[in-house]
Structures are given as structure tokens and as C-alpha cells.
Design a protein around this ligand. Structure first.
Ligand SMILES: [Zn+2]
Length: 183
């Protein structure tokens, strides 16, 4: 774990770290998110910082260098998953520069407590899904379409919600219905 390379964002990192442990996700997901916001999740950026010579190209878009911020926030592939959620709730959003900043400002205004709870799961779920797809492309040479990856994300989110008794949250079900109808 690259504690010596921890990232200091413009926000107070302690807020993002505190939020991780408050969100109702499994311990393994919380630990993974912790790595993401500390910029310690293994990416080409981390390997390069370790001095490994690598010609980096993002596995998702095949265009840009793979950095933590690119893979989890700004990649054109990943951005489509963010947009899926943001468009549904008609949230105007400017993507911050770093993952810790995103978690610090991912706050749902309005809506019920249940809606806020599943909304809070979204960054964790997107990062988890993107990482899984990234590893599939890297280690197994299997690439799923953006459509399939979006569905993988939704399915994970649904089951995470189910684990905490939120699977019948009206807005979540509406969201899934809209996606299923292809609108
Ligand atoms: Zn990319």
C-alpha cells in the first residue's frame, strides 16, 4: 500500500475518509474506495511512480494515460456511467479533478433518507465496476461494451441496496425501469 504517495486534495481528505466508513457498503468495498481516494489503487500511474517503465494507455478508452483521476473520473468510458446516474436525477455536475474531491462533494440535496442512502452508494459502485472491467481487460483480455458495464453497475447497486433493505426504494426501481426500457 503506497502510504508514502498519498494524495492531498484541495479538500480536506479526512472528510472523504470519514464518509467512506459512514456509507453502508461492505468492508471490502470500503477498503477499495479508501485506496481509490488515496490514489493508491494500482494503476499505471502508481507503477510509474514506483519507477516501472511503462507506456501507459487507458484500458477503457485506449487514448489517454491511465491515472487514478482519469480511470475513475474523466475517462470517456467511465464518464458515460457517471452521466447515466446524473442524467436520471437531472443533477448538474462538474467533475472534480480528483476522486477524494468527488467523494467530499457527492451530496444529494432533497429526496428521502432512503434516496440519499442509495445515492451515496453510487461513487463506490461506479469505481468498483470500473475497476472490475479494467482488470478484465488487462488480465483476461475480455472487454465488455459500455452497455454491459452500465448494467453490471446497476446490478451491483441493486444487490448492495438489497443487502441493506433498500431494494424497493421507489426511485431506484424507477431508474432501473427507465434503463430497461432503453429510454
Ligand atoms: Zn480512458
Amino acid at each position: 500500500m503506497l502510504l508514502g504517495e498519498e494524495y492531498q486534495s484541495s479538500f480536506d481528505n479526512s472528510l472523504a475518509l470519514e464518509l467512506i466508513w459512514k456509507i453502508k457498503v461492505s468492508l471490502k468495498v470500503a477498503c477499495f474506495t479508501w485506496l481509490v481516494i488515496r490514489r493508491a489503487c494500482l494503476t499505471h500511474e502508481v507503477l510509474q511512480r514506483r519507477g516501472i517503465q511503462i507506456c501507459s494507455k487507458c484500458y477503457m478508452c485506449r487514448q489517454k494515460r491511465e491515472t487514478n483521476s482519469h480511470l475513475f473520473l474523466h475517462c470517456t468510458f467511465t464518464a458515460q456511467i457517471w452521466s447515466m446516474f446524473l442524467n436520471f436525477l437531472e443533477v448538474k455536475w462538474t467533475m472534480p479533478e480528483h476522486t477524494a474531491d468527488l467523494l467530499s462533494c457527492w451530496i444529494r440535496r432533497g429526496g428521502s433518507k432512503r434516496q440519499k442512502t442509495w445515492w451515496n452508494l453510487i461513487p463506490h459502485c461506479i469505481w468498483w465496476t470500473v475497476r472490475k472491467e479494467r482488470n478484465s481487460r488487462n488480465f483476461e483480455d475480455i472487454s465488455n461494451s459500455i452497455h454491459k458495464v452500465k448494467w453490471n453497475c446497476i446490478v451491483s447497486l441493486y444487490f448492495w441496496c438489497k443487502e441493506i433493505g433498500l431494494e424497493d426504494s421507489d426511485q431506484l426501481l424507477e431508474f432501473i425501469r427507465i434503463l430497461a426500457s432503453g429510454r
